[in-house]
Design a protein around this ligand. Sequence first.
Ligand SMILES: [Cu+2]
Length: 126
Amino acid sequence: MQKWILSTLITVACAMGVYLMATGLPEKPVNEAAELKEGQELLKITATNFEFDQKEYVVKAGTNYKVKYANKLGKHGVEIKGLDIELDETSPEIEFTFDKPGTYEMRCSIMCGQGHGDMISTIIVQ
Ligand SMILES: [Cu+2]
């Protein structure tokens, strides 16, 4: 009787081991600030259907930024008019210094569907 319990327990333990190996351990959260160079700041832009996470992004002129783009929902990209910035899923990161203060229009760069034309936000360089 006891042998039967033991072999059952071993079988269950093995199944759990295989399950853990197959699914992997949960990923560690990434500390994004640690990736930045000294003096560099982070500008994160996230897109959903059909808007960016902020209507206005304010950045400081003369400061180097790591610009990181991500799609949360749907397939989008971002381009900033007047600046040489174009990001999407395949190239989501750029290091960039906003030199000239001003207001720049930011749009979705991928024809993503009905709300595409409304995906407009503003970058304000101060
Ligand atoms: Cu779009």
